[in-house]
Design a protein around this ligand. Sequence first.
Ligand SMILES: NC(=O)c1ccc[n+]([C@@H]2O[C@H](COP(=O)([O-])OP(=O)(O)OC[C@H]3O[C@@H](n4cnc5c(N)ncnc54)[C@H](OP(=O)(O)O)[C@@H]3O)[C@@H](O)[C@H]2O)c1
Length: 231
Amino acid sequence: MRIGIIGAGSMGGILARHLVKRGHRVSIANSKGPQSLTALAAETGARPVSVAEAANGGEIVILAIPTKAVLDLPRALFADVPGSAVVIDTGNYHPELRDGRIDAIERGTLDSQWVSQRIGRPVIKAFNNIFAKSLLEKGVAKGTAGRIALPVAGDSPDAKATVLRLVDDLGFDPVDGGDLDDSWRQQPGTPAYCRDLEAAALRRALAQADRSRIAEYRAEEEARIKRSIAG
Ligand SMILES: NC(=O)c1ccc[n+]([C@@H]2O[C@H](COP(=O)([O-])OP(=O)(O)OC[C@H]3O[C@@H](n4cnc5c(N)ncnc54)[C@H](OP(=O)(O)O)[C@@H]3O)[C@@H](O)[C@H]2O)c1
């Protein structure tokens, strides 16, 4: 497939590398411009492009940027992107550590619902709850014992099916995480978040999550990250 990736850091770079290896035609963009992506392009085989080209050049468009950076995307970025293009949001909102407070999310809008509203397009939430290192190293063939499962949440059954297939293609068991309104179950700090669980355990963890604890889960995850940074 033709896949455009916006964001060329840990997640964007790893996704580009894996997707090119699987035969997809990948273009990738960051905020600094394609000339800054020469080394990544040589290493991954992805084509460095502008943000507009990445948004317009894909049957799938992957957002792999910090949540706060969604505010910096051009407002009409997706205006001419065909409705058939599937937009994946890999993002997680980290208000203390990185993003600053985003009032709508603080008031209860889910991370990816907010992204969807900002870009004016439905999104599928995926790849947000696996750490970059596991995404890089732990994909394995279907049927391999211990294969990690990843949840995929979104409202369009067709778009979700495309992303479920992509997850499988990348070496992970795809698990339907429900509608975008269910995507809080895979947000930071929840029982399903970045635990490298197999499919049955992931389904149990998604079901165990408690909606009244979204903010608490997030705060716990930020505290965990702060502790790990502090050593
Ligand atoms: N790292 C993980 O383990 C992990 C796991 C799951 C989910 N996530 C989530 O995935 C998202 C990306 O994380 P990451 O770790 O890959 O971040 P990262 O390593 O900091 O990379 C961020 C990338 O976004 C680009 N970017 C920033 N603002 C942009 C803009 N306005 N337009 C285009 N590109 C822009 C940056 O490009 P410039 O350098 O040119 O600004 C950079 O290439 C975040 O929401 C994160 O929470 C991360």
